[in-house]
Design a binder for this molecule. Structure first.
Ligand code: LLP
Length: 422
């Protein structure tokens, strides 16, 4: 459930008409709902309320400081994968002891930054990383808590580009080698083994892969304890999918996911960490755009909007579907006609949807791309020199710009022409 609904014939974010935001900020623009972010975060908390836990929001899904501040103030931890994300989490007021650092290629500078600033745990993905982290920790006179990310070799049954838990993926160390790697980690100075980490993929719509992976994790936890490692935390990663189509069967709910966690790793006495991103932010945001005009092609109509693949790349990159809603509600029975919804960028890949049934839309009318709160703005670029898309946060009947649209002058001012060209 989210807070984007029609009221009085107009699509609203909570109590704010999207048309009012478009008038004030222009389009394209991302619009997020505070109530939805809060609700989704609390659902995960409730799903794990049977045990000690920390819900670490995956910052990569939506890294706007206002969103991080909102979630951090609710008690969220953060899962970061770069020095930039670490700095964002801290700037949003999240203490280091609630931040976990994941990622296959952390640099020594990033390690030092997080150790100096405070960190709950590093999720280490390889032996070279163990060695580097040990050196950096020692050079700073620190001992850092670590979990090793283990690759359980399960099929997450999701899009190949976002599956991470098969042995052929670059992530983690093979589960068969885990005991050896933990022995190595325990012997290295500056590191303190505290847990096990896994993340098997994103947009999972079936709980079975989680069950398989967490069952393997439970076995590994017992084996590692028998080897003498004090495993106290299990980081289960993120990955629970969201409904991208309003009319389709919805993926499992956080509460059902929490039940699988309980059944698989619930009796080990470990603190549970999870790293949901999409499930918290995805349906808490829409991308609001305006129709430029409709163009008649050979046997098909193109609805050209002012948002493009540089603003929301998921359809071009993963063939992802985002429901598209007219902001002005149509009476039931209004005849929809199939159109291709495209942006102005000069690539055929700049297509949001093919042959989707939409009512006739006037030039200048507003449309909303749903489920755009995760992996939307964070993946935006300035391709075709289109200024970075702005972001707005709604809370009840108020809205605030949480990232303004840069002017074209600001965009140009970042470049430098060397002396020898002038
Ligand atoms: N933890 C780790 C270590 C991850 O790599 C990810 C996502 C998450 C947590 C959060 O997963 P989530 O709960 O959001 O599924 N850009 C793609 C998604 C990439 C996900 C990468 N890792 C998309 O737009 O579908």
């Amino acid at each position: 459930m989210d807070h984007f609904n029609y009221k009085g014939g107009a699509l609203h974010a909570e109590d704010v008409a999207l048309a009012e935001i478009a008038r004030a900020v222009g389009t394209p623009v991302y619009v997020y709902s505070t109530a939805t972010l809060t609700r989704h975060f609390n659902l995960f908390r409730q799903a794990l309320d049977w045990t000690d836990h920390l819900v670490c929001f995956a910052v990569k899904a939506n890294s706007n400081l206002a969103v991080l501040k909102l979630l951090g103030d609710l008690g969220a931890g953060m899962d970061v994968v770069s020095g930039g994300e670490y700095a964002r989490a801290r700037a949003a007021g999240v203490p280091g002891e609630r931040i976990v650092f994941s990622g296959v290629g952390k640099t020594r500078e990033e390690m030092a930054q997080a150790i100096r600033g405070g960190i709950r745990q590093f999720n280490v993905e390889s032996e070279p990383e163990l060695a580097a982290l040990s050196q950096v920790a020692q050079s700073l006179g620190a001992t850092v808590p670590i979990a090793v990310r283990v690759n359980p070799d399960v099929d997450a049954k999701t899009h190949a580009k976002i599956a991470t838990g098969k042995s052929e993926n670059k992530f983690g160390i093979p589960i068969a080698r885990a005991r050896e790697v933990y022995a190595h980690a325990a012997a290295l100075p500056g590191l303190q083994v505290v847990g096990i980490d896994m993340h098997i993929g994103s947009q999972l719509t079936d709980l079975e892969p989680f069950r398989q992976a967490y069952t393997r994790m439970a076995d590994l936890c017992l084996a590692l304890r028998a080897d003498g490692h004090p495993i106290m935390r299990l980081d289960l990663g993120g990955g629970l999918g969201i409904p991208y189509r309003r009319d389709n069967a919805a993926p499992p709910l956080p509460i059902e996911y929490g039940q699988v966690v309980r059944e698989t790793v619930g009796d080990l006495g470990c603190e549970i960490e999870i790293e949901p991103g999409r499930n918290i932010a995805g349906n808490a945001g829409v991308l609001l755009a305006s129709v430029i005009w409709t163009k008649q092609g050979e046997g098909r109509d193109f609805l050209i909007v002012d948002a493009a693949m540089n603003d929301l790349i998921r359809p071009a990159m993963y063939d992802a579907h985002h429901d598209i809603l007219p902001v002005r509600e149509r009476a039931p029975g209004t005849d929809p006609a199939p159109v291709d919804v495209v942006g102005p960028v000069c690539e055929t890949g700049d297509t949001f949807a093919r042959g989707v049934p939409l009512p006739r839309l006037e030039d200048g009318e507003l449309v909303a791309f749903r489920s755009a709160g995760a992996y939307g703005a964070v993946m935006a670029s300035e391709y075709n020199s289109r200024p970075l898309v702005p972001e707005v946060l709604v809370a009840g009947d108020r809205f605030d710009v949480i990232r303004p649209r840069p002017t074209i002058e600001e965009m140009l001012a970042r470049d430098r022409i060397p002396d020898w060209l002038t």
